[in-house]
Write a protein that binds this ligand. Sequence first.
Ligand SMILES: C[S@@+](CC[C@H](N)C(=O)[O-])C[C@H]1O[C@@H](n2cnc3c(N)ncnc32)[C@H](O)[C@@H]1O
Length: 281
Amino acid sequence: MTERNTTTDQTTTTPTITDAQLPQADRDAEHMQGHWVLARLGKRVLRPGGEKLTKRMLAHAPLAGKRVVEFAPGLGRTTRLILDAAPAGYTGVDRDPQVVDIITPLAKSVGGRCVEADAAHTGLPDGSADVVVGEAMLTMQSERGKRAIIGEAHRLLKPGGLYAIHEMGLAPDDLADTVKDAIRRDLAQTIRVNARPLTAAEWRELLESEGFEVLWTGVEPMALLKPRRNLADEGVLGALRIMRNLLTHPDLRARVLRMRRVFNTHGDQLTGIAFVARRRD
Ligand SMILES: C[S@@+](CC[C@H](N)C(=O)[O-])C[C@H]1O[C@@H](n2cnc3c(N)ncnc32)[C@H](O)[C@@H]1O
């Protein structure tokens, strides 16, 4: 676990992130992970069910006066929602040093911090959290990696504490294995991340087998690249900025078009799915 000092001037109300601050800013478009391609274009909400599903999820995980740990805060959009809810404490955990630099000033504005660590091994004390939040970060782990991170959330939470996740889902529950494999292969090729979404039943089983009881589940369409979702998540100015960047960066545009083709091809089977689960013991 590493803590970082940063000089970025950012508060919960003035989120300015420059291109140079973004993770993988030094890579060419072809070799960037899909979510950082989208961030380069101006997207700030990098999760499949959008901010709508995030808000629905957080409505079932009260944060006021709670000690909150956020796994993989990314560009900080959920961080701001968490901080606005007046938690008793905030700790972000991300493995990317540039994310830690972006989140640290936000966290510090409420006396919190952001540490550079793998969410599977945070180095934070047992039972030090009332709520753990993690979005769009389990899907990209192997089965073992997912279990290690869920197990770490369990260790960090006090008994009865809540774990809120928002990930990519597959539907229906009885989707054929051959289709699941094809989707995972297409996602891995285009996003450059080993994305392994699960069905709702598989996510639930995974949480339950790691010591959680599922209290709430929500689903929204997987509309990460749909214009209407972008407008809702990024606002008019944000959506216009993304359009302009798409027009002026053919290399990024080519990546996005390939991702969109895969999302559209498998659109009936992909969802954004969220759970709020309680640590059982
Ligand atoms: C797709 S982005 C999602 C960011 C943000 N949660 C959101 O929904 O907009 C994935 C984030 O997960 C982080 N991440 C991925 N695997 C991680 C791990 N094992 N431990 C900590 N952070 C991780 C990445 O660095 C990145 O910030």
